[in-house]
Design a binder for this molecule. Structure first.
Ligand SMILES: Cc1cc2nc3c(=O)[nH]c(=O)nc-3n(C[C@H](O)[C@H](O)[C@H](O)COP(=O)(O)O)c2cc1C
Length: 175
């Protein structure tokens, strides 16, 4: 269930030591959240357990960003990215996320694990502009093609900079 939360312009900043953790099943349904998640997103455990992770999806995020996330995970690679999320009050918080497979004791792949930290300010500024451009492309594309169209824009930018998505994202966080 995606809640229809009205976005505000208020930013909630993560502290330097905040680590927001959640786990999902293979379909992106939340199976665990830590205290930092509940405090910053302002959701209780009961609100989020069993819900799809798009419960914190912010409308400023392009669909292509999440297609990239899922495509990467399906290729059994870990994902790094900057994400603008929404709180239960409509406020927003930016994170630098690392999503990896979650395995049980026997090594069976049971879901995903996301660990998020405070992003570098300049990285957020860069990604905000890129996401706005990706959103604009999505708005002018047919719905079914929108995520692929915005990823194509991102890839062409990376190509003209002579870099790859992972190298670009990780370098942004080092500034
Ligand atoms: C482990 C994991 C963590 C995720 N964390 C977030 C998150 O913090 N914010 C978010 O918007 N989507 C997150 N997603 C992606 C969502 O599952 C979903 O693809 C995204 O919100 C887009 O939803 P929509 O297709 O309904 O628009 C996560 C997915 C996984 C597997």
């Amino acid at each position: 269930m995606k809640l229809n939360i009205q976005p505000t312009q208020k930013e909630i900043s993560l502290g330097d030591d905040d680590v927001i953790v959640s786990k999902t099943d293979l379909s992106g349904r939340i199976t665990y959240v830590n205290r930092a998640f509940m405090r910053i997103a302002n959701f209780s455990e009961e609100d989020v357990l069993g819900q799809q992770h798009n419960i914190v999806r912010h409308p400023d995020m392009p669909r292509g960003a999440f297609k990239l996330l899922w495509d990467t995970l399906q290729q059994e690679r870990e994902f790094f990215g900057y994400v603008k999320n929404i709180t239960s009050d409509g406020d927003y918080y930016w994170v630098f996320a690392n999503v990896t497979p979650d395995r049980d004791a026997s090594g069976k792949h049971i879901g995903y694990f996301s660990v998020r930290r405070k992003p570098v300010k300049s990285a957020v500024a860069t990604m905000q502009t890129i996401y706005q451009e990706m959103l604009a492309v999505e708005k002018s594309s047919h719905a079914a093609q929108a995520p692929a169209a915005s990823i194509a824009l991102l890839q062409s930018k990376l190509k003209s900079m002579g870099t790859s998505y992972d190298r670009f994202i990780l370098a942004l966080q080092e500034h």
